[in-house]
Design a protein around this ligand. Structure first.
Ligand code: TXA
Ligand code: MG
Length: 343
């Protein structure tokens, strides 16, 4: 049944209203510094269920619990290893999630079948105000329909979830633009299990030792059979990653146009100035990859079936935050095509 979704600009009254919804077991969307979150009381299983229903999210995918300060982390875990304390002190509040052994106080369906819980302290003041006002731990995945790019503005949330949740808090465009880095802190040493806003180099600098990145890079060298692809961050039309110089890129555009296809491009400023296609979406500059991170999802959402048949996207350097950018782009794309001399 469709709900009336309140759309509210961030102010004191809006925070009070959203906090009441959370306390009443409802689901609300709010800004964080990474992407918009879809939050509910993490100690109330019926409220948590509503998150999975609104998003159409598979029930076995665990949610991150959002708290307002470091002391609160201790309420939900049995043990915090020394290295995790260092990470918490250095990067929280901020775009980092630590996975720690759970003490069972969080509802079971937040971390289905798992003995650990992922916790993060968002840096966005609206998120902090909401958690404090509700005075509850807030379970929150990204506030998109499952399979779509994560929302970096309240309008994206509205497009995906209007009529399905109690309220949306508009706090403007998020800054980082990609989700938090998730670090598994349940073992003797840390493991990065999702690249994100905090880079591997930043983590290694703080811990003063090499840190394992166990993110599995998707093999998308060959097109998969329909339905076999990991379904995440997808634009409205098929997308192919292009690895090669600008001549290779332009030859691919020409080839598709010769087949009668309208071609959209997702590229940096640098590449854009040398290519011509039917639609151009510039997502930042390769001289500063965080500009690309902050605009990537908005650009993925901007391509519409009515304008283009296919999107060709640039392969960015997988260094620093580029690792998270390429992790998301590979999940969003159908496959990657490489120039012969790059193989
Ligand atoms: O930046 C973010 O992290 C955003 C904002 C809203 O905070 N949230 C977010 O949540 O990205 P979501 O649900 O889209 O991603 C949660 C991911 C899971 O898919 C899983 O990879 C990891 O975090 N995760 C959460 N809890 C975990 C656990 N106990 N063990 C292992 N991985 C976990
Ligand atoms: Mg997500």
């Amino acid at each position: 049944m469709a709900k009336q979704t309140q759309f509210m600009i961030w102010n004191e009254q809006a925070i009070e209203q959203l906090a009441k919804h959370i306390q009443a077991g409802e689901v609300v969307a709010f800004p964080t510094e990474t992407v918009y979150g879809l939050g509910a009381d993490a100690s109330n299983p019926a409220a948590v269920d509503k998150i999975f229903i609104a998003k159409g999210r598979p029930a076995d995918n665990p949610l991150i619990v959002h708290v307002a300060d470091k002391e609160q982390i201790e309420h939900y875990v049995t043990d915090i290893p020394e290295y995790a304390k260092k990470l918490i002190d250095s990067f929280m509040p901020g775009p980092l999630t630590v996975v720690l052994p759970s003490n069972g106080k969080i509802a079971d369906n937040v971390t289905p079948g798992m003995s650990s819980v992922g916790i993060r302290i968002p840096a966005h003041p609206a998120a902090q105000e909401l958690i404090r006002e509700a005075n509850l731990p807030i379970a929150a995945p990204s506030a998109n329909l499952s399979g779509k790019p994560s929302p970096t503005s309240a309008i994206h949330v509205f497009q995906d979830l209007n009529g399905k949740i109690a309220a949306i808090l508009d706090g403007g465009t998020t800054g980082v633009g990609l989700e938090s880095t998730v670090v598994d802190c349940t073992g003797i040493s840390p493991k990065i299990i999702r690249p994100g806003g905090v880079t591997q180099a930043e983590i290694e600098l703080v811990l003063d030792c090499p840190v394992e990145d166990s993110t599995t890079d998707l093999d998308i060298d060959k097109p998969k059979a329909p339905g076999m692809k990991y379904n995440h961050y997808q634009p409205d039309v098929p997308m192919i990653l292009i690895e090669g110089n600008q001549d290779f890129f332009q030859s691919k555009i020409n080839q598709l146009q010769a087949e009668g296809k309208k071609v959209g491009l997702l590229v940096s400023e640098e590449l854009a100035s040398n290519l011509s296609a039917d639609q151009l979406q510039i997502c930042g500059t390769v001289t500063n990859l965080s500009t690309i991170a902050s605009q990537l999802y908005q650009v993925l959402r901007a391509f519409k079936k009515t304008d283009v048949d296919i999107v060709l996207a640039e392969v960015f350097p997988a260094e620093g935050v580029g690792k998270a950018i390429m992790n998301r782009l590979k999940k969003a794309a159908d496959y990657i095509e490489k120039a012969e001399n790059d193989r």
